[in-house]
Design a protein around this ligand. Structure first.
Ligand SMILES: [Zn+2]
Length: 469
């Protein structure tokens, strides 16, 4: 069999790995690469393989850097099944449409620049119609329900604990070339144990060939309890100052987790029960609806909370308000008392969060809470760095609000949690590939696997590199 790495190697975006076995081609993930606008466009537009020659797409989870190029794959001639969990399919139904709108918006920006240089305009990578068309090829399967892709190849999804629907993919293969049984395990994005809502990542006993993510292969997070305590403290301090807590957060996953945590903190009276919480993002509201649809993916604690006599919705309670319309969103500008506002985008690059930052960044009573990794050159990063002045909509604003960060809310396993997961394997794989991490993080994990756990043949592939196994 042959394995080729077409993305998310020595970087964290554009997850695409091609497995060729028994005369068929199976693509693992079809994510969008995210970099500078121009580079992003050409790299995502030109698929590195002939889409019509791919037989199956197996999708680990719905995040755009894993699923976002599916409409282009279908548009380019892919006719096979897209196999994923039910929740991943449902999240893709909203996220791919949202992504199409972003593609169209980005291309307008790029074309304005191109027209100034007398260059011909470019087409968006895909349209809303392409996104909707691609949904016709999805097939949902449940966790731990083995599914025969074609004779000789069976796939099984296990809990990855990263976002709703996220899966570790195991492929059990009767390989005709080597005349042997081989188990290929792709970790997808691995979550942390003990996170709210989702079950913990499943430990996998055995893999002959392992592909493992390494986002935090060289870093250790705060514990979940430390993160929860910090959140409580930040909310109470901001409340006492009469300020607002502004949280830029990814619409899918992070927002639902925050709402659920706040629900628990209000129930336990650890934060003021009269503190209003606003979720101001249409995509986050749609995603919350899909979280509600999939209680089969909840962990025991959330299931118990849900089944408790007084709750029927972990994401709905008296003090949480979901603002969908622009009018409701604008009304938040006139709020004059303590509140929590959670809005997208997660790195404060676009979306409604910009209005909330603009309105609140100059008031020292307020706190801007950063709960995720912020890429260089984003407004989120400038806020984390506490730059004295930040530009919002092109205008300078004094950063007078408090800035707090909580890294323990990460949806990715840290170094120790990744090693705990690999350490549970009863048999070491004969080949391991480290993916989905900046080079430094990937090499750190590769070193640790070899030095601490006796792994051999550990590779950090380069873009386009193929391995015959
Ligand atoms: Zn992810």
């Amino acid at each position: 069999m042959e394995l080729t790495f077409h993305g998310a190697v020595r970087t964290v975006t554009g997850s695409q790995h091609l497995l060729e076995v028994n005369g068929r081609s199976i693509l693992l993930d079809c994510g969008l690469y995210q970099g500078s606008r121009q580079e992003t466009y050409f790299r995502n537009q030109n698929l590195p393989f002939d889409a019509s020659q791919i037989d199956y797409l197996v999708l680990s989870h719905a995040h755009i850097d894993h699923s976002g190029n599916i409409p282009n794959l279908v548009k380019s001639g892919f006719r096979g099944d897209i196999v994923c969990t039910y929740a991943t399919r449902d999240l893709c139904a909203i996220m791919l449409r949202d992504s199409a709108k972003i593609q169209e918006y980005d291309i307008e920006y790029l074309n304005r620049k191109r027209s100034k240089k007398n260059q011909p305009p470019l087409e968006p990578i895909y349209s809303l119609t392409d996104a909707v068309n691609s949904l016709k090829q999805f097939i949902g399967i449940g966790y731990e329900r083995p599914y025969t892709l074609f004779p000789g190849v069976t796939i099984t999804f296990y809990d990855a604990g990263h976002i709703l629907g996220s899966a570790i993919v195991a492929l059990d293969i009767e390989d005709t070339a080597s005349n042997s049984h081989r188990r290929v395990v792709f970790s997808g994005d691995l979550g942390r144990p003990n996170r709210p809502i989702l079950r913990d990542p499943t430990f996998i006993d055995e893999a002959d060939i392992l592909l493992i993510e390494s986002t935090y292969g060289n870093r250790v997070h705060d514990t979940i309890d430390e993160a929860s305590d910090k959140l409580e403290k930040i909310i109470n301090e901001t409340y006492k100052r009469g300020g607002k807590l502004i949280v830029p957060a990814f619409a899918v996953g992070r927002t639902q987790e925050l709402v659920y945590r706040l629900h628990q903190l209000i129930e336990s009276r650890d934060i003021p029960p009269n503190l209003p919480i606003y979720v101001d993002s249409p995509l986050a509201i749609d995603a919350t609806g899909i979280y509600r649809l999939h209680p089969e993916a909840y962990d025991e604690e959330t299931a118990d909370f849900l089944l408790g006599t007084r709750h029927n919705d972990p994401f709905g309670f008296d003090m949480v308000h979901y603002t969908r319309s622009t009018r409701e969103s604008k009304e938040l500008n006139f709020l004059n008392s303590p509140a929590v506002i959670i809005s997208a985008s997660g790195m404060a690059e676009a979306g409604r969060i910009l209005h909330h930052l603009k309105n609140n960044v100059e008031d020292p009573r307020n706190t801007i809470l950063i709960v995720g990794w912020q890429a260089p050159d984003t407004l989120g990063r400038r806020i984390v760095e506490k730059q004295p002045t930040v530009k919002i909509f092109g205008e300078p604003y004094t950063l007078a609000a408090q800035v707090a960060t909580i890294n323990g809310l990460s949806a990715h396993a840290d170094r120790n949690e990744l090693l705990e997961w690999t350490g549970r394997m009863k048999k070491r794989p004969f080949a391991t590939f480290i993916v989905h991490g900046e080079a430094e993080a990937s090499f750190a994990l590769a070193d640790a696997l070899q030095a601490e756990q006796g792994f051999t043949n550990v590779n950090v592939p380069t873009l386009g590199q193929s391995f015959t196994l």
